[in-house]
Design a binder for this molecule. Structure first.
Ligand code: NAD
Length: 485
């Protein structure tokens, strides 16, 4: 079935004002047209922001309980539809069924969690200077929050932005990735069906033009962005110095394998982080740093792990690696495979486009492993966002730690070891927002703070996790009250 998608602007489902549309096709089979969606302009975005700027006051006046009910109601709808959403997610983005079902399971839980966090929002009271008076802090919504999101978790990431924004009484203008418009629409449909007033939310489909218009619109008091470093920098520049801006961006995440590590554990941790989600996770493992003594044995096992992947259309339950999400992803991965070879790294397996069995109609690639990688290579320093693993040698644990930090990024970093001293030293010194010991660099807890260091994030507000998350979505006000007369 082909979806005929619309924007949701000013409380109504509408096409782009120009009538322009774009197509989204299944990345496993480009003959399969998933949907046709509005190719929105800056003018569409201006109308969306105007609508939410006007409509959000009604939502701000609702009780926290009412807001929680709407989020819980949307969670119930999404949970009831999880099986269908899982298939749509596979078809639109290319995940495997198992990967997609993790996301469709997590999204309702996120909304429920934020519903409860919103209920727990409190202020503080202070001793009053004047007799009988009261001083307290109030947590008001910011007003209009702009949410700009990537395609690799098209339900999970938006739910972590829309959930807290709505729970705290904000209106939201949601600009999803043009790679995953259908799942974005499904999230908005569930929220509206659960009783969210139409004035509190807008959905604007399309690419960088409406995204830039949202970031640059002064009526949006806060912009929460997840995506690449270049787009994040553009968003940051557009929001300027006054408005709130939260950026979560890319990574080049290392795993150090210590000399004492069990190689089976190491390969399990690395392969899941590197090849899971077809390497398209911001926290995916892209570098392995290993001592000379373990190098050859580890590489041999990594090659076996890469070559054992069953690659195909994720709708087939026997598949454990789906396609890349889009043609530009395939081009990027293949270009880095070429770059790595030109730079002198040794490609030990993979890196070719896969065809045959109908796979020529999709964006399938063999997972790649490179060895003999020097720290200054682009292959080692730049985010590829695909299943390409580079292996670096280190003479000592200290050298390995130094190599791990030797990129501008700082999202997730891993260590495989049995040595508690190494684990604690790495946890203390790693320049990464997330440190994993004996676990894949991917996979984060819903209630745990999450945000990148270095070039990976703005570091102004954590994206996820309890008390650290809500302050982005509220403005605190100090109120002084005295009795009259
Ligand atoms: P992208 O930067 O191309 O797009 C992200 C969003 O920004 C999309 O909605 C896009 O339309 C919009 N956009 C693009 N240019 C813009 C501009 N100039 N102004 C405003 N909006 C603009 O990223 P992507 O390809 O969708 O996603 C992959 C990237 O996201 C990777 O770099 C990945 O590491 C990162 N990512 C980070 C996290 C995290 O939590 N740190 C999570 C997931 C993905």
């Amino acid at each position: 079935m082909t979806e005929r998608g619309l924007n949701f602007i000013g409380g109504a489902w509408v096409p782009a004002a120009s009538g322009a549309t774009f197509e989204r096709r299944n990345p496993a089979d480009v003959d399969d047209l998933v949907g046709v969606f509005p190719d929105s302009s800056a003018a569409d975005m201006a109308a969306a922001v105007a609508g939410v700027a006007e409509g959000c006051a009604e939502w701000a006046r609702t009780t926290p309980e009412r807001r929680a009910d709407v989020l819980e109601g949307a969670a119930d709808l999404l949970a009831a539809r999880a099986a269908d959403l899982t298939v749509e997610l596979v078809r639109e983005e290319g995940k495997t069924l198992a990967e997609a079902s993790v996301e469709t399971g997590r999204t309702p839980r996120n909304l429920r969690y934020f519903a409860q966090l919103g209920l727990g929002l409190t202020g503080t009271t202070y001793p009053a200077a004047a007799g009988g008076g009261l001083v307290f802090t109030a947590q008001d919504p910011v007003g209009v929050v702009g949410a700009i999101t990537p395609w690799n978790f098209p339900l999970n990431i938006p739910s972590r932005k829309l959930g807290p924004a709505l729970a705290t009484g904000n209106g939201v203008v949601f600009k999803p990735s043009p790679v995953t418009p259908l799942l974005a629409q499904r999230l908005v449909e569930a929220l509206l069906e659960a009783g969210l007033p139409g004035g509190a939310l807008a959905l604007v489909q399309g690419g960088a033009e409406p995204g830039a218009a949202l970031a640059g619109d002064p009526r949006a008091g806060a912009i929460t962005f997840t995506g690449s470093v270049p787009a994040g920098h553009a968003v940051h520049a557009a929001t300027g110095p006054i408005r709130r801006c939260q950026l979560e961006m890319g990574g080049k995440n290392p795993v150090i394998v210590a000399e004492d590590a069990d190689l089976d554990v190491a390969v399990g941790v690395i392969a899941k982080g590197a090849f899971g989600l077809t390497g398209q996770a911001c926290t995916g493992t892209s570098r392995v740093i290993v001592p000379d003594a373990l190098h050859d044995a580890l590489v041999e096992r990594l090659v076996a792990a890469a070559e054992s992947r069953k690659i195909g259309d994720g709708r087939d339950p026997g598949i454990d690696m789906g396609p890349l999400a889009a043609d530009f992803q395939l081009e990027k991965v293949l270009s880095y495979v070429r770059i790595g070879q030109e730079e002198g790294a040794r490609l030990v397996t993979g890196g070719r486009r896969l065809t045959g069995d109908g796979r020529e109609r999709g964006f399938f690639v063999e997972p790649a492993v490179f060895t003999e990688c020097a720290p200054d290579m682009r292959l080692v320093r730049e985010e590829i966002f695909g299943p390409v693993l580079v292996v670096q040698r280190a003479g000592s644990f200290e050298e390995a730690a130094a190599l791990a930090h030797d990129t501008p990024y700082g999202l997730s970093a891993g260590l495989v070891t049995r040595d508690l001293d190494h684990a604690l030293a790495f946890a203390r010194t790693a320049r990464a927002g997330v440190v994993k010991v004996n676990q894949p660099t991917t996979g984060m807890g819903m209630t745990v703070p999450f945000g990148g260091l270095g070039a990976s994030g703005s570091q102004t507000y954590k994206e996820q996790g309890g008390g650290q998350l809500l302050p982005f979505y509220v403005q605190e006000k100090s109120v002084y009250v005295s009795p009259h007369g």
